[in-house]
Design a protein around this ligand. Structure first.
Ligand code: FES
Length: 128
């Protein structure tokens, strides 16, 4: 029921782990199942230079976390904000309908990490 790409990213997740001195951290929980994803980003010149994730979730959540981090790595903040769970699912050659809600986790956690980064930057600019 899972595509080969989903299985590959589940078995060999890219960018798994954490960044200790991350510029932004985002955490999202999936209300439907209680699974959690945490994302760490390192930003330089408005570009996501590095990204890591920790996901406590099902196979689809781990595969979408892996693919989503691959898709935004090296992208600008603006481009990363445009990432949708649909694009992630398409990049994985689709998800079973019952698993589509799992892909929302990655999109939301990445957006939350970017929001955290932007807020930190604003505060730094204000000298707080
Ligand atoms: Fe929880 Fe998939 S069942 S994220």
């Amino acid at each position: 029921m899972y595509s080969e790409k989903v299985m590959d990213h589940f078995m060999h997740p890219r960018n798994a782990g954490e960044i200790e001195d991350a510029d932004g951290v985002g955490e999202e929980g999936n209300l439907k199942c209680g699974d959690i994803m945490k994302v760490f980003i390192k930003v330089e010149d408005n570009i996501i230079k590095d990204i890591k994730f920790k996901t406590f979730g099902c196979a689809a959540a781990i595969a979408t976390s892996s693919m989503a981090t691959e898709l935004v790595k090296g992208k600008t903040i603006e481009e990363a904000l445009e990432l949708t769970n649909k694009a992630v699912a398409e990049a994985l050659d689709g998800l079973p309908p019952a698993k589509v809600h799992c892909s929302v986790l990655a999109e939301e956690a990445i957006h939350a990490a970017i929001k955290d980064y932007s807020e930190k930057r604003k505060k730094a600019a204000q000298g707080k």
